[in-house]
Design a protein around this ligand. Structure first.
Ligand SMILES: N[C@@H](Cc1ccc(O)cc1)C(=O)O
Length: 319
């Protein structure tokens, strides 16, 4: 199975800008793609994990990944899809969080000349000159279109500051910068990023005449329609000091029956065929599926040893 078809079979593809072109591009290992991560905390969470796994899948198919740390965009904060205001982070916190992200990412992605590269948009965004930017980039954006963007819908009722309204322009500028300096031709992100990503492809077309593509991945929702990767105590973190390997294991071991197949497909690297076969596993084997899911994800995030340890600690009552 080729990578595009595999992403489809796993239910990972939410939206694409140009279907046949993207299929061809990533199936032939022709994408140099980036995913941006804003340093909103000192640990990655499950949503980031999905994005990193996607990077890995695409890289295994011969495509070239670029990780972008949002050391510049972190000064603004993405209002996409949010009703609440984010608090402003100071320079020290942003720097610290970027360092933490990088350290955690190195567990999943190999960085190096021929591997993935990592960049920080602080390196180009923080030096921009306001008037130059307005003339050069601002002139390419239609406020009318921006106001119609899906990502601000939630926000328009409550009020959106000009400060946050500019976030889309910063993210679009990143895509253009990576296109011009690194030959990036594609961007991936969560489905809430669609408007920002579209704006970037549009900016590249206007400034360079080149085609650039975007694909969003499905947000992981449970059967009740809530975002997964959250507990009553907050997010499920990848940092073992915030969410222990045992708690991490337990989160997946205890998900709803209706969600286990979807999680196996979207999150693990088990071959699609093997997962399809589990569809047949009768009711009594549902727990077995959950154990496979929990073990697999814990091993990916914390290593096999920790995963085996976490599995042993499972109380008998729910085994
Ligand atoms: N806006 C993205 C992060 C991001 C930052 C800069 C980019 O160029 C791309 C993506 C998010 O909130 O998840």
């Amino acid at each position: 199975m080729r990578i595009y078809e595999e992403l489809q079979a796993r239910g990972l593809i939410a939206q694409v800008t140009d279907e046949p072109e993207i299929r061809e591009l990533i199936n032939n290992g022709g994408a140099k793609f980036y995913i941006g991560f804003d340093p909103t905390a000192d640990s990655l969470h499950v949503g980031h994990f999905m994005a990193l796994c996607l990077m890995k899948r695409l890289q295994l198919a011969g495509n070239k990944p670029v990780v972008l740390l949002g050391g510049g965009t972190g000064f603004i904060g993405d209002p996409s899809g949010r009703t609440d205001l984010r608090s402003m982070m100071d320079t020290g916190t942003i720097q610290h969080n970027c360092d933490c992200f990088k350290k955690q990412m190195e567990r999943f992605i190999e960085f190096g000349e021929d591997e993935a590269i990592i960049v920080n948009n602080a390196d180009w965004l923080l030096d921009l000159n306001y008037v130059d930017l307005l003339r050069d980039i601002g002139s390419c954006f239609s406020v009318n279109n921006m106001l119609r963007a899906e990502c601000y819908k939630q926000r328009l009722g409550r009020g959106l500051s000009f400060f946050e309204f500019n976030y889309m322009i910063m993210q679009s500028y990143d895509f253009l910068h990576l296109h011009n300096h690194y030959g990036c031709n594609m961007q991936f992100g969560g489905d809430d990023q669609w408007s920002n990503m579209l704006a970037g492809t549009d900016l590249i077309r206007r400034k360079t005449g080149d085609d650039a593509y975007a694909m969003t991945i499905t947000l992981l929702m449970n059967s009740e329609g809530n975002k997964m990767g959250k507990t009553a105590n907050g997010a499920v973190w990848l940092d073992p000091d915030r969410t222990s390997p045992y708690e991490f294991y337990q989160y997946w071991r205890n998900i709803g029956d209706a969600d286990v197949m979807k999680c196996l497909r979207m999150l693990t690297f088990l071959p699609v065929k093997e997962i399809d076969a589990m569809e047949e596993w009768a009711d009594s084997r549902i727990n077995e599926k959950k154990e496979i899911l929990a073990y697999d994800l814990t091993a990916l995030v914390h290593g096999e040893e920790e995963a085996a340890e976490a599995r042993k600690m499972v109380p008998d009552t729910i085994k």
